[in-house]
Design a protein around this ligand. Sequence first.
Ligand code: THU
Length: 161
Amino acid sequence: MKKIEIVTSVIEYLENELPSDILELVNKAKKETEKSYAPYSNFRVGVAVLLTNGEIVLGNNQENAAYPSGLCAERTAVFYANSQFPNVAVDKIAIAAFTDNDFTNNPITPCGGCRQVLSEVETRFKKPITVILYGKKKTYLIKDIKSLMPLSFIKDNLINE
Ligand code: THU
């Protein structure tokens, strides 16, 4: 028997400390919340995805009267990016959320389903995806999806070695 420790780390920034390229992406994610369709939760999530070819793909959450048929902003944006640029890796993803007439104070953290989808993209292109989670009080920067979801299920798990 042995104990394995998995350590993850997050860099915390105040808004005025953010490097300019990160701030630019955060501002695009914030702006994108305006186009969200969230009549049921009133929780408007915006995402900006920077691809390795320099393209920026935007997306937001799209809800539905049949609640489970809606889709999170992260998956809306990343699926659209992969559908339009099938051979281009994701470099960074910035996420922001707006509710009750303001952006959230704390960083918005992606749900498990979105982490799984982002994990597939990171694995597929063998390129770490930097994750930027915006909050008014603090913004988190995480170096890759693996750090957000250790022991994740990836395609190698389908092979019984
Ligand atoms: N949502 C996202 O779009 N991304 C997240 O990271 C968390 C939650 C959406 C789903 C739903 O439309 C609303 O926010 C409330 O859960």
